[in-house]
Ligand binder design. Structure first.
Ligand code: SPV
Ligand code: MG
Length: 431
């Protein structure tokens, strides 16, 4: 008896999959490689059904002889293990990111004279439409909130970038770049105090109030399904924090990051050039514990941000605080630095990981911008936040356009820097 292999994620199982299974099983005993949650997370949104559920479904489908885990998008390991006579796939993977994976399949099958059989893609399946339905269902608060914890458990690093309004949020939701065998996207959205304030023409001093920040959050939520991490500044008075945090949790935000400062908060990147006061360990721990007690779900995370390195209080102080904040109930730690080199951040990460292997660790590489995500992963970082880059790139673009019109006393010259009217009209769907 010949053996046949197919690989699918099968999160949304449709008639195209059944066509493939039917045809493939006519050629021999069919082994189905089910992509693990981790493998799926490398190229698209989180699966709605987890791996075990998807495995169970496939085990019970007619024509399937055996179900196995496929741990990456690449088939090679499983092909070498099961040495199938045939691999079946739809004929829709000859171009784009999947073409490299296809090439690897062809090369590997040659090792034992196996054959790749491609069947016409089932035309009336609209994956985009199905995905749209799932995306919109998973954007409601109760479905969205838990996504951050899930991503932390599935991804080597959760790639996060700021959004400050609906339009920038659309960029975060949709941006993707195919690279090698993966598709790089952003996993989560940072609602930064700096960029939310700047977008409103206000300084980053906790002046933009919670009501206004919730307006921004709502704009962002309207057009996205990705989890949101809120920059909660100092969290304010404990008496206010315990109320605000309930609102934030109910909105479907996944995490709030609060920093251990008191008094008039200024942006951390100003460092010691301005007067900034760090909170006492005792007070800040109290704030964390009180916040934790107000929460209604296990999904929401309070992440404690340590300003010791920003305020030149030393590594020992930073580590001492990390331990205390975790004991007080913090679900994660953010360590910040404004040094040009990542040395102190790396030192903190190493020390941190010695006493806690699991607590999520967050960094914001605005100053030490040369570090690659891969290096952060090695140091045990779980979340990287690109905290201000969309607004910092849009302002110069706008200024340049404004200046060009002033220079030319007409607008023809700026058109080459602008998206077309057709593009902008089509950017936002009308339903
Ligand atoms: C923000 O984005 O507002 C932050 C990060 O808090 S930083 O600006 O680096 O302090
Ligand atoms: Mg901030």
């Amino acid at each position: 008896m010949k053996t046949v292999y197919i690989a699918i994620s099968a999160d949304i199982l449709h008639h195209g999959h059944i066509n493939l299974i039917k045809k493939a099983s006519e050629y021999g005993d069919l082994i189905v490689g089910v992509l693990t949650d981790e493998a799926i997370a490398t190229y698209k949104r989180l699966p709605v059904l987890d791996f075990k559920q998807r495995l169970f479904i496939l085990e019970n489908i007619q024509g399937v002889k055996k179900v196995v885990a496929q741990e990456s998008l690449d088939y090679t390991d499983n092909l070498r293990k099961y040495k199938p006579d045939y691999v079946f796939h739809g004929d829709d993977w000859k171009d784009g990111v999947q073409s490299k994976i296809r090439q690897n399949v062809i090369e590997t099958l040659k090792e034992w004279d196996g054959e790749l059989i491609e069947i016409p893609f089932t035309q009336d399946v609209s994956i985009d439409k199905l995905n749209e339905v799932v995306k919109s269902a998973s954007s409601i608060p109760d479905a969205r909130r838990g996504k951050l914890r899930k991503l932390i458990s599935l991804k080597p690093i959760v790639r996060t970038i700021e959004a400050h309004n609906g339009l920038s949020a659309l960029v975060v939701e949709n941006a993707k770049v195919s690279k090698d065998e993966k598709v790089n996207r952003f996993d989560a959205i940072w609602v930064s105090s700096l960029t939310d304030s700047t977008a409103k023409g206000k300084p980053d001093i906790e002046l933009v109030d919670m009501t206004s920040r919730i307006n921004t959050i709502n704009e962002i939520m309207e057009v996205t399904s990705k989890p949101i991490i809120l920059d909660g500044d100092t969290g304010g008075l404990v008496e206010h924090f315990v109320f605000n945090i309930k609102t934030i949790e109910r909105l479907g935000i996944s995490a709030i990051i609060i920093e251990d400062k008191i008094g008039l908060k200024k942006n951390s990147l100003l460092g010691t050039e301005v007067e900034q006061t760090q909170d006492s360990i005792e007070n800040f721990c109290e704030k964390i514990s009180a916040g934790k007690k107000s929460l209604k779900t296990d999904e929401f995370m309070i992440i404690a941000r340590i300003e010791s390195l920003i305020l030149k209080q030393g590594m020992d102080d930073a580590i001492k605080r990390a331990k205390a904040y975790i004991n007080a109930g913090a679900d994660g730690i953010m360590i910040h630095s404004r040094e040009k080199e990542p040395d102190e951040i790396f030192e903190f990460c190493e020390k941190f990981r010695k006493f806690t292997p699991d607590i999520p660790l967050v960094v914001v590489p605005t100053s030490f911008n040369q570090v690659y995500e891969e290096e952060l992963i090695e140091k045990g970082v779980n979340i990287v936040i690109y905290a201000n880059h969309l607004i910092r790139s849009s302002y110069p673009a706008m200024l340049n356009t404004a200046n060009k019109i002033l220079e030319n006393e007409r607008c023809k010259e700026v058109d080459e820097n602008c998206m077309s009217i057709k593009e902008i009209l089509n950017l936002i769907p009308d339903k």
